[in-house]
Design a protein around this ligand. Structure first.
Ligand code: ATP
Ligand code: MG
Length: 356
């Protein structure tokens, strides 16, 4: 895809996301939100500002919230890690720490919801190999994993993700920019399923991405902040480590600090994160830092971020002391998700003349 058509796709998703914001505020009861994360390590500030805060906001608006631990997706690009269980429970701890409330939201692991995974079969019939091959995020994740050969699960990852979203007929999906190609495919699958099996009345909604003000938080090395790239500030980290790592963040050679995301992505990223912590605009912070340079900016960011994360980190320490609570939350959520997935699969089989 050319850079300009990539930009157009992003801009189209962004304007749909803006329109969605207004509707969510006025009719939260018309929405069901689903999103999730891979249990490949602790969540970082890219997650926080890219999607977690939007999830909590949806919950507070009264949207029906589903959050998924995408455990099957850990085996797309790595060996089964010994610490998977700890990573899964750690993810649940991160969710509770940021304010996702298990009494209002359904938190589940997709490996535990059998009927959800069965949706993969009809969905795989609705997309071509060429369409899957074009997915830029899969290509990027494959390259980042340094793997020797693309396995079929990684190749079909976006189809699995469509099953994750559509099993509960979610229509809003708070995600970062990297997930937009996947979401586009989920929309296509919903459309094609309806055309092929349910043309009288749309069975699946076309899910919309909800983007935040920080759809792509950069890591310390200037590439996308990712759990797997060793370039993150995590929610679980302590304040000293946060300070030490921010000192290592990549910047550029200009002393004067300005907010210019296109030409100065690394410095602008530090400004944006600071601004998301303090509520000031990145431009105001840039003017204040000005000739004091990146060292001063980093000190300003460290202070703002540690302060913003303090209550989240406190809560995370508390909930982590109670692994029974964490696994109970997950078991209960997985049971609730299974009831919905069973119902969806039953209806789907009806539409596909497969009820015998
Ligand atoms: P991994 O390296 O294992 O792929 P990740 O850090 O990319 O981990 P995911 O679990 O793949 O995290 O992504 C979970 C959600 O967080 C997705 O909605 C994704 O768009 C969002 N997200 C991840 N990284 C960022 C980031 N740097 N900025 C904004 N959003 C992000
Ligand atoms: Mg990822």
């Amino acid at each position: 895809m050319s850079t300009s058509s990539k930009r157009e796709t992003f801009e189209a998703a962004q304007s749909r996301s803006f329109a969605l914001e207004a509707e969510l505020e006025t009719h939260p009861d018309c929405f069901r939100m689903l999103t999730g994360d891979r249990p490949t390590g602790p969540l970082h500030i890219g997650h926080l500002f890219g999607t977690l805060l939007n999830r909590v906001r949806m919950q507070e608006l009264g949207v029906d919230v589903f959050v998924l631990v995408a455990d099957y997706q850990t085996i797309t690009d790595r060996d089964l890690p010994d610490e998977l269980r700890a990573d899964v429970l750690g993810l649940v701890a991160d969710y509770l720490a940021v304010g996702i409330d298990p009494d209002r939201a359904t938190i589940f692991a997709h490996s535990q919801v059998k009927a959800l995974n069965q949706l993969m079969i009809p969905f795989l019939s609705l997309v071509s190999v060429a369409e899957l091959k074009r997915n830029p995020t899969v290509k990027e994740e494959f390259t980042a994993s340094g793997g020797s050969a693309m396995n079929a699960l990684l190749f079909t990852y976006p189809v699995h993700q469509a099953a994750d979203i559509l099993f509960c007929r979610a229509n809003v999906v708070p995600v970062g920019k990297d997930q937009l190609p996947h979401l586009e495919l989920a929309r296509l699958i919903a459309r094609r399923f309806n055309d092929r099996f349910s043309h009288q009345r749309s069975f699946f909604p076309e899910p919309n991405a909800l983007l935040s003000q920080a759809p792509l938080v950069l890591g310390l090395d200037g590439t996308k902040m990712s759990k797997s790239r060793n370039n993150s500030i995590t929610l679980v980290m302590d304040e000293d480590e946060t300070a030490r790592l921010i000192k290592t963040a990549k910047t550029d050679s200009h002393r004067r600090i300005t907010f210019d995301p296109i030409h100065r992505p690394e410095v602008s990223n530090l400004l944006l994160i600071t601004s998301l912590c303090t509520g000031e605009t990145p431009e105001v912070i840039a003017d204040e830092v000005a000739d004091r340079g990146s060292g001063y900016l980093k000190a300003r960011l460290t202070e703002a971020l540690n302060e913003r994360l303090r209550p989240i980190r406190r809560r995370r320490r508390e909930v982590s002391k109670d692994p029974v609570l964490l696994s109970t939350v997950l078991a209960r959520g997985s049971e609730q998700a299974s009831a919905i997935a069973d119902q969806t699969l039953g209806q789907l089989r009806g539409l596909m003349n497969m009820s015998y």
